[in-house]
Design a protein around this ligand. Structure first.
Ligand code: ADP
Ligand code: MN
Length: 181
């Protein structure tokens, strides 16, 4: 079983409200640092980690056990000792030991409005997500679920900010590796 002490490379979770740029940023990190990108939303769809369809909420109910079993193959194996960058809008469901860094992306209300509109979200869904972002729900969840020193908030409104954020993660990664040489 992989624990923070014996992995050879760090695992990173990118979290945040839908539309803040998790998937874009995670794929940049994966490319730059040659990490494995696990887009958890896609894993859920591909492996059908659903319990049932909730008509009233117009959404599938997540089968958390199945999802964790599926992801565990990547996380708790000796063959892939770290080097995973995960992206998901929630963080509390994962075992704490899986991650060495939790990045919470944040986006301003106007920018998020435009991104969610472009994505074709209806008004109700857009408003729900904007409210979630304004209230900092995802950051709060991350802070409650992981050690405060590994949770970092990053502003991600522009491409320049994303580049700055990437440079920060790269520096963090190098330091993590050096400390374990
Ligand atoms: P999430 O995975 O959090 O839902 P995405 O990565 O799919 O978000 O990004 C949502 C939209 O915002 C996409 O159209 C993406 O191209 C755009 N986007 C993401 N990050 C930035 C950024 N830093 N600057 C400008 N546009 C961005
Ligand atoms: Mn995404």
């Amino acid at each position: 079983m992989s624990s923070p002490d014996d992995r050879k490379r760090p695992n990173i979770l990118i979290t945040g409200t839908p539309g803040v740029g998790k998937t874009s940023f995670a794929s940049m990190i994966a490319e730059k640092l040659n990490m494995h990108h696990a887009n958890v939303g896609e894993v859920i769809k591909e492996k059908k980690c659903y319990l049932e369809y909730d008509e009233s909420l117009n959404t599938h109910v997540l089968d958390e056990d199945k999802l964790l079993d599926t992801l565990e193959i990547d996380f708790d194996t000796d063959k892939i000792s770290g080097g995973i960058v995960c992206d998901y809008h929630s963080s509390e469901l994962f075992p704490e030991r899986w991650f060495d860094l939790i990045l919470v992306l944040r986006t301003s209300t106007e920018v998020l409005f435009d991104r969610l509109t472009e994505r074709g979200y209806n008004e109700k869904k857009r408003n729900e997500n904007m409210e979630c972002e304004i209230m900092g729900i995802v950051l709060e969840e991350a802070k409650e679920s992981y050690a405060p020193e590994i949770v970092q908030e990053l502003t991600n409104n522009t491409i320049d900010e994303m580049d700055e954020n990437l440079a920060r993660v790269e520096a963090w990664y190098k330091q993590w590796m050096q400390e374990r040489e």
